[in-house]
Design a protein around this ligand. Structure first.
Ligand code: ADP
Ligand code: MG
Length: 392
């Protein structure tokens, strides 16, 4: 059982260390998309309402243990302050010797210190000195053994201080556990995105759990080519043929419907001006690459999705960033939104696509953790979650 804010005890007048996931896209000195900040507001508000003062901490980007001015958290502090309606004191230090009096303090980017990614005890010890209790809402970082999500809560617990999950973490674990252990059937998963190698282990794990797996995006071409299809210039990982054949065999054995696109929208280059043709996915003309699923495939996937009771979607169906190749992703998003099913979407680009299509409200859950949600669904133990669980 996950320990939550219900188990943290009286935090009135105490300082709570809140590990959040503020790994947001920046545009210069402003936050380009504040969805991740919004997602953790319920936890922040609840702790403030209960009288706690807060030390907030997050990573941002990949500064690799060094200070990188472009990756400072100040823009996050500013945006968070606006959303909260109270000042957020953003520090320029990761582990200050003393904290300012302010009620809401934001530490500097944790990854400026090499101790964070190294899960360093001494670094975690310095963080532990800053607070009386620990709350983790950074689901997106739960699959990493990093100091702020692994060594730190361990130290807190070892010294008799509480370490619990925030409301966002709690919701993520609830929803994804339901998908992993007790999905209503039919359970349909839709996988897309760029690389089959990124998602091979999740494909394998999903085959053991779902009733149908619908594949789109560039990763479909590796499956199609492994069966002898002609994918021309499409992205294709030939060194993964063995793996995808094994996955297909497993799907056949288990009676899982594993679908690849019948038709695709192809072009000679990834550009807005490129001339487009809808062609069979397994017979793409020379010189062209598949950049979106075609209309027949959208129709077929929509038909399968319409009967589902549980839907998991990760990875766009095409190069949705460019309007000419976005119809497949939008079509599938619309079908999922209209299905009478429990629907979950995960993955940074997929979330962006869903929001772009104005369909975010139609999903039951938008998972904030890309890699973390996939690892969770594979049934792996996530270090940042295990430490927040009770008992053996
Ligand atoms: P997510 O972030 O949702 O997990 P991924 O990062 O795995 O998704 O994949 C998203 C990327 O895949 C997008 O940038 C998209 O343009 C790209 N993509 C999807 N389909 C294709 C395709 N057919 N050819 C090239 N790139 C593709
Ligand atoms: Mg992505």
């Amino acid at each position: 059982m996950l320990r939550t804010l219900d188990d943290v005890g009286d935090v009135g007048g105490r300082r709570v260390f809140l590990r959040a996931d503020f790994n947001v896209p920046l545009a210069g000195a402003t936050v380009a998309d504040d969805a991740r900040i919004q997602a953790t507001l319920p936890t922040i508000r609840e702790l403030r309402d209960r009288g706690a003062s807060l030390v907030l901490a997050s990573h941002l980007g990949r500064p690799k243990g060094e200070t990188v001015d472009e990756l400072r958290l100040a823009p996050v502090g500013e945006r968070l302050g606006e959303l909260l309606g109270e000042p957020v004191h953003a520090l320029t230090e990761v582990t200050p010797d003393a904290l300012p009096e302010s009620a809401v303090v934001l530490l500097e980017n944790l990854r400026f210190d090499p101790g964070e990614e190294a899960d360093d005890q001494a670094f975690a010890g310095r963080l532990a000195e800053l607070a009386d209790a620990y709350v983790d809402d950074a689901f997106g970082a739960a699959h990493r053994s990093h100091a702020s999500v692994a060594a730190l809560p361990e130290l807190m617990l070892a010294s008799g201080r509480p370490a619990v999950a925030g409301r966002l973490m709690q919701r993520e674990v609830d929803v994804l556990s339901r998908l992993a252990h007790d999905p209503q059937r039919p359970y349909v998963a839709i996988l897309g995105g760029a690389k089959v190698s990124d998602k091979l282990s999740v494909i394998e794990a999903l085959i053991d759990r779902v009733d149908a797996l619908l594949v789109g995006g560039a990763m479909a071409f590796t499956l199609i080519a492994a069966d002898g299809g002609e994918v021309a210039e499409s992205l294709c990982e030939r060194d993964r043929f063995e793996d995808v054949r094994r996955a297909k065999d497993r799907a056949r054995e288990r009676g899982v419907l594993l679908e690849v696109p019948q038709d695709v929208v192809a072009a000679a280059e990834v550009s807005l001006q490129a001339e487009r043709r809808t062609v069979p996915a397994a017979a793409i003309p020379r010189g062209l690459m598949g950049l979106d699923i075609g209309p027949k495939t959208v129709e077929e996937y929509a038909r399968i999705v319409a009967d589902a009771k549980t839907i998991l979607w990760n990875g766009p169906m095409g190069v949705f960033e460019l309007e000419p190749f976005s119809a497949g992703t939008r079509g599938v998003a619309t079908a999922v939104a209209h299905a009478d099913a429990f629907s979950v979407v995960g993955g940074g680009d997929s979330l962006l696509a869903v929001r772009k299509a104005g369909l975010a409200d139609a999903f039951d859950h938008l998972s904030t953790g890309g890699g973390a949600s996939l690892e969770f669904l594979e049934g792996r133990t996530l270090p940042g979650i295990a430490i927040l669980e009770e008992g053996p």
